[in-house]
Design a protein around this ligand. Structure first.
Ligand code: PRT
Ligand code: ZN
Length: 283
């Protein structure tokens, strides 16, 4: 049985549960117990505070866990960062009061920075030969400059509205973070095999999200051109239409090049282009 730790409640809870569901894992967590066993996969799920997850994974209480990279780096346990999950995105940034000018971290030499991320910040200060002083606090970091506790802060930012409402501005990004699937480094062979099984599913879900299925009609004389912009998983599927000289073409397009590909297809006289989301994609 593989044991996974996920956040009990908070910003990573919904996306972690959704990911497991998209991987076909059925959980029964109606009344929010501390742990639950999946109905159709040998997986036990522990619901924990995010800050505790690296330690539990390191100790082997949980085999794997879903947690922000910011927490993983701050706790700095010797565990494997297995997969970047693409949700829970945020930045760990330095912010100063709106009116203060800032060119580089050197401007904070001798000044106080309030944070809950003392280890990551210390590393950043050391790398940059900064003599700023860290004032470690456990929450509500954004109010520290306003009450005279510190000159600057180092905290997580996503929309930036918390900084804005507290009269602060983001001046330096120390870390770009997202949720990570982390794992204990000494998994049993059985659990390693289960993790690989889970990773195959996670990969299929993530790859599918980054791709679209596309179906279009094209004149046969343009098929070569069209195939050149539609690599698909191997090459596009081409089937003749009832109408002489025309074919239906089906392929997979990556989200990143999507509009560029559509523009080229239009140039090559593609018509009736249908775009369909993909649920799972296994290479
Ligand atoms: O109870 P528990 O300890 O488990 O939860 P928590 O309160 O410590 O964490 P939680 O749920 O707030 O965040 C969990 C993880 O989500 C973090 O470790 C990050 O990896 C990720 N994440 C993504 C964020 C944010 N975005 C975020 N915006 N975590 C916190 N924030 C906070 C930030 O600290 C600041 O107070 O939101 C505020 C800023 O948001 P904006 O949108 O105003 O910029
Ligand atoms: Zn926390």
């Amino acid at each position: 049985m593989l044991k996974i730790a996920i956040q009990k409640s908070g910003r990573l809870y919904e996306d972690s549960m959704k990911l497991l569901k998209e991987c076909g894992i059925q959980l029964n967590n109606g009344n929010k117990q501390l742990k639950t066993v999946a109905e159709n996969f040998p997986l036990e799920v522990y619901f924990l505070r995010d800050d505790d997850i690296p330690q539990y994974v390191y100790d082997g209480v949980a085999d794997i866990g879903i947690v922000g990279e910011n927490v993983l780096l701050e706790k700095n346990k010797d565990i494997a960062h297995v997969f970047r999950l693409g949700f829970g995105k945020c930045r760990l940034s330095i912010a100063v009061p709106k009116g203060v000018s800032y060119n580089s971290i050197k401007d904070l030499d001798g000044l106080k920075i309030a944070t809950t991320y003392a280890n990551i910040l210390q590393q950043y200060l050391t790398t940059n030969n900064s003599t700023a002083e860290i004032h470690e606090i456990s929450g509500a970091v954004e109010i520290a400059p306003g009450i005279g506790l510190a000159d600057a802060i180092c905290d997580l930012v996503s929309s930036g509205s918390t900084l804005f409402t507290n009269g602060l501005k983001e001046v330096d990004v120390i870390l770009k973070s997202e949720a990570i699937l982390a794992a204990n480094k000494n998994l049993t062979p059985e659990n390693k095999a289960l993790l690989d099984k889970l990773l195959l599913r996670i990969n299929a879900v993530k790859t599918a999200k980054n791709n679209k299925y596309i179906i279009l009609n094209a004149p046969n004389r343009q098929l070569k051109n069209i195939a050149s912009v539609l690599p698909g998983m191997k090459s596009p599927t081409v089937t003749p239409l009832a109408e002489e000289g025309w074919s239906s073409v089906q392929s997979v397009v990556n989200e990143n090049d999507f509009w560029e590909v559509i523009e080229k297809l239009k140039q090559f006289e593609a018509e009736g282009i249908l775009v369909v989301p993909i649920e799972k994609m296994i290479a």
